[in-house]
Design a protein around this ligand. Structure first.
Ligand code: SF4
Ligand code: SF4
Length: 242
């Protein structure tokens, strides 16, 4: 993790303006990094923000600590998915992966934001609530977060990582269309129990007549329909009719 050499730091506070989550504290005329607040995003290191070069990297101790850094830092490659940072393919490649088939919907829950971050204990609450409602969490090869789940059918994360704070993280997977309303209800309930924000990505097939049942569920639950979206035209394999 990053640290500040107290012998070199002049207390100019320049670094504080760059920290993504206010993890650099000013005390006794010097700055230091609060290990519990730091997301290991490495912005302060990578951007060389300190004019005195007082910020340095310490060894990350423990497998899960490495994981925290890899997900929070958008330029690190995640060894399991092969994608940088928290990134995943979501449904962008559905034309060839066919992850969301007819009769299914996908969800990608984007938790945390710069300035706020997300503790993994909160990501676990959301993942477990969704799993209890019939959501099938994506496996490790599709989702970095799943690498922290001994059993991705439950959404529970390894205890060691609960207090790790990340810049943001994505929970993703799919469920049968008939379970989608239960999953949305679970999200409505659990969002009152966490200490961060999330946005919901709903991934749904449109039928031959242009209808999308999942959007009607949003209406029924009083959730505003999205103003924007991404369209996957279905020109690859599996075929749009599969
Ligand atoms: S920018 Fe460098 S010298 Fe200035 S407060 Fe931060 S660590 Fe200290
Ligand atoms: S690694 Fe990121 S969160 Fe930690 S002190 Fe540096 S900028 Fe802040």
């Amino acid at each position: 993790m990053p640290a500040i050499n107290q012998e070199i730091c002049t207390g100019c506070r320049t670094c504080q303006t760059y920290c993504t989550v206010d993890a650099i504290l000013f005390e006794n005329k010097k700055c230091h990094i609060d290990a519990d607040l730091c997301t290991e995003c490495y912005v302060c290191l990578r951007m060389k923000v300190c004019p005195e070069n007082a910020i340095f990297a310490q060894d990350l101790v423990g497998f899960y600590k490495q994981f925290q850094h890899v997900i929070s830092d958008p330029v690190e490659n995640h060894g399991v998915t092969g994608v940088t940072g928290r990134g995943t393919e979501e449904v962008k490649t559905n034309d060839v992966s066919g992850r969301v088939k007819k009769g299914y919907v996908g969800f990608s829950i984007d938790m945390g934001r710069p300035g706020m971050g997300v503790y993994l204990r909160d990501a676990e609450k959301v993942a477990m609530a969704m799993a209890s409602a019939g959501f099938m969490l994506a496996p490790q090869e599709e989702s970095p977060l799943a690498a922290l789940m001994p059993d991705n059918r439950t959404g529970k994360l390894v205890d060691e990582c609960h207090d790790y704070r990340l810049l943001s993280v994505i929970i993703e997977g799919r469920c049968e269309l008939k379970k989608a309303k239960d999953v949305l209800r679970a999200l409505q309930k659990v969002e009152k129990e966490i200490d961060t924000v999330f946005s919901v990505g709903l991934i749904s097939r449109v039928d031959e007549n242009g209808a999308c049942e999942a959007l009607e569920y949003l209406d029924e639950l009083g959730i505003p329909r999205p103003h924007r979206g991404k369209v996957n035209p279905g020109l690859g394999r599996p075929l749009s009719t599969d």
